[in-house]
Design a protein around this ligand. Structure first.
Ligand SMILES: C[C@@H](N)C(=O)N[C@H](C)C(=O)O
Ligand SMILES: [Zn+2]
Length: 249
């Protein structure tokens, strides 16, 4: 069963990305973003939504689900993340497992920051984006941008993550017997032009590393979002018009 709802502006899945520049002084709150929202399923758990936890397919998949803890742009655990799990529609998780399987013989593996994101978590992001009095994470996550411009291009109010076919991830390489993250030029969720996948300001190594990730993901049907080197969506999406809101647990 589906419930209709309202909300959303430009999203990575809806229209070409645009760049916002930093602006001067900000008011205490931002105006609500105009939007068109997806249907929200009443599925109350992953099984009902047709999703699986990725470690049911790849038991040693490297996960660092940042919104389940405080090391993220909100600076605290995000609503809806009761555990550090990575849920995706089964066919999407299977495609991701194929990416991982192809990488391992090259001494590479995936490192995942976020997968399915409940609608309530996206709403938590929207509330955070509207609270201009809270700038605690600015220096680490959006030093060059005004917080008012994050909602839309960098934080979608109707994120594809809620549809279970989108994930945020990086690549690790085996070095001296240990896996280390490749240099992508920025950290995860660094909202800035430098994080744009084809940014001319990334150096040659960083651009090559981003391309390694993009090529590996593309081979199994995942498309990159040009404003965030870490953000990928499997196409065609299993449920393109339906978002989910069960907690990650
Ligand atoms: C917030 C960031 N990790 C992300 O996923 N951004 C895109 C635009 C989204 O919110 O869908
Ligand atoms: Zn993302």
């Amino acid at each position: 069963m589906l419930i209709g709802c309202v909300a959303a502006v430009r999203s990575p899945d809806a229209s070409p990305p645009q760049r916002h520049e930093a602006t001067a002084s900000a008011p205490a709150t931002v105006a609500p973003v105009q939007a068109v929202a997806p249907n929200v399923s009443t599925a109350s758990d992953a099984a009902a939504a047709g999703m699986v936890e990725v470690r049911s397919l790849v038991p040693d998949m490297s996960l660092e689900i940042r919104y389940a803890g405080s090391d993220n742009f909100v600076g605290r655990p995000v609503v809806g993340y009761e555990a550090a799990g990575c849920y995706l529609h089964r066919s999407v998780a299977q495609a991701l497992a194929r990416v991982e399987r192809a990488l391992r013989p090259q001494g590479l593996r995936l490192h995942i920051f976020d997968c399915y994101r409940p609608v309530r978590a996206v709403q938590d992001f929207v509330r955070w984006a509207g609270d201009l009095g809270d700038q605690r994470t600015k220096s680490r996550y959006y030093p060059k941008l005004d917080k008012r411009v994050l909602l839309g291009d960098y934080i979608s109010p109707t994120s594809g993550h809620s549809r279970g076919a989108t994930l945020d991830l990086s690549l690790m390489e085996l070095r001296d017997g240990r896996y280390a993250l490749l240099d992508m030029g920025t950290g995860f969720d660094y909202f800035d032009e430098l994080a744009h996948t084809d940014s001319p300001n990334a150096n040659a190594t960083q651009r090559a590393n981003r391309e390694r990730l993009r090529a590996a993901m593309r081979r199994e049907g995942f498309e990159n979002y040009p404003l965030e080197w870490w953000h990928y969506t499997y196409k065609p999406e299993p449920t393109p018009d339906t978002a989910f809101d069960f907690p990650v647990r």
